[in-house]
Design a protein around this ligand. Structure first.
Ligand SMILES: *Cc1c(COP(=O)(O)O)cnc(C)c1O
Length: 395
């Protein structure tokens, strides 16, 4: 399998067939597994082989298929599937940290990621320093000999700043810290974060991996040593494992993810180009635009692909943003992303509502900002819908 190209790995990678030789992968909706003898049960609790299972919190054949397929896509040695993206972020960090450790994190984070770093880790005696993730000098100044991990979203939500994985990894590795990257916005299709120096990559599978808004899920990818010795004991004993049913949906999502994400990214670029320069917009933020502040990095880190999300900053603040959302005919108002359906979100009053106003300003989350996750609808229809909603926002 290792010499297959990506699309082949996504269709066939990790498949395990039962005695019935089914074509589409089976859902093993079982918590437990029967042993032929007491001796076999004893032996399996000592060491579990690749096709042997004990209990679904520890592992399950459908979940294992999902783990192998996503590991093949990311180019990671191993993976552990989790109940949600947040179980993955929490598991990657908490499994390796202890009281007294130091962490450096980018400050532009998904709301729940920020909560883990600001509120939870600190409650257990981990010290966290926040930096502007795009400023390498801030990373250099913040890391110390006792820094155990650095954490960032390689493309931040909702302002779509891109962080240099390779350069931050060099800075972190110089002090022996592990690099943990939340890669949702970069997508597993365009990311090569492990190759670029990340020690662990985390995804919310709820987003592009499902891609049709059905299931929660997450995954932690890394070396076999990190996943099996550090992550697995923490996850299997604390209960954040993925359900076999969700694993099946997400496994089938991987079969089409390359086609979907490439189509969504091509639409996102066309929409951003069509809207650039519109008088009603303060800014069109899309990493794939030449004018984006980190576009050079997008070329080297993501093969020039700016992802499937763009953000629009409407003139007229919250009032204009709400008029825009309410005028949309195709895109729905919600807060998921990576879905086949285009989804528009007003971060300041929803996903980032919790943040104090000064922190919103610092992160560029203005009242006029709308995050737009581009779906699989016809690109021209989306452009027409957004154009009429932009016009309505100024009426
Ligand atoms: C959605 C998201 C998460 C959390 O994932 P869930 O599956 O909702 O738990 C974490 N990080 C980023 C960047 C996200 O977009």
């Amino acid at each position: 399998m290792s010499d297959w190209n990506t699309r082949t790995k996504l269709v066939h990678g990790g498949t395990r067939r039962s005695q019935y030789n089914e074509v589409s992968e089976a859902i093993f909706l079982t918590q437990g597994f029967v042993y032929d003898s007491a001796e076999q049960a004893e032996a399996r609790f000592i060491e579990t082989g690749p096709d042997e299972f004990i209990y679904a919190r520890y592992g399950n054949p459908t979940v294992a298929m999902f783990e192998e397929r996503i590991a093949a896509l990311e180019g990671a040695e191993d993976a552990f599937a989790t109940a949600s993206g947040m179980a993955a972020v929490n598991g990657a960090l908490t499994s390796m940290l202890k009281a007294g450790d130091h962490v450096v994190s980018a400050k532009a984070l998904f709301g729940s990621c920020l909560y883990i770093l600001e509120e939870i880790l600190t409650r257990f005696g981990v010290e966290v320093t926040f930096v502007d993730g795009t400023d390498l000098d801030e990373w250099r100044a913040a890391v110390r000999d006792d820094t155990k991990a650095v954490f960032f979203e390689s493309m931040s939500n909702p302002t779509l700043e891109v962080i240099d994985v390779a350069e931050v990894a060099k800075i972190a590795h110089a002090v022996g810290a592990k690099v943990i990257v939340d890669n949702v916005f970069s997508t597993p299709v365009f990311s090569r974060a492990i190759e670029q120096g990340a020690d662990a990559v985390v995804y919310s599978a709820t987003k592009h991996i499902d891609g049709q808004g059905r299931c929660l899920g997450g995954v932690i990818l890394g070396t076999q040593e990190f996943i099996r010795k550090t992550v697995e004991p923490y996850m299997k004993h604390t209960g954040g494992s993925m359900s076999p049913f969700n694993a099946w949906v997400l496994l089938k999502g991987l079969e089409t993810i390359d086609l979907r994400v490439r189509a969504q990214a091509a639409s996102a670029l066309a929409i951003a180009e069509a809207l650039e320069g519109d008088d009603a917009l303060e800014r069109v933020i899309y990493p794939g635009l030449k004018r984006h502040a980190q576009n050079a990095l997008v070329q080297t880190q993501l093969g020039g692909k700016g992802g499937t999300v763009l953000s629009l900053d409407l003139k007229g603040g919250q009032k204009a943003a709400f008029k825009f959302l309410n005028a949309l005919q195709i895109a729905v108002i919600s807060n998921n992303l990576g879905d086949a359906k285009s989804i528009a979100t007003h971060p300041a009053t929803t996903t980032h509502q919790r943040l104090p106003d000064d922190q919103k300003v610092e992160l560029g989350i203005t009242q006029g900002l709308v995050r737009f996750s581009v779906g699989l609808e016809d690109t021209d229809d989306l452009i027409a819908d957004i154009r009429q909603a932009v016009a309505a926002s100024q009426a």
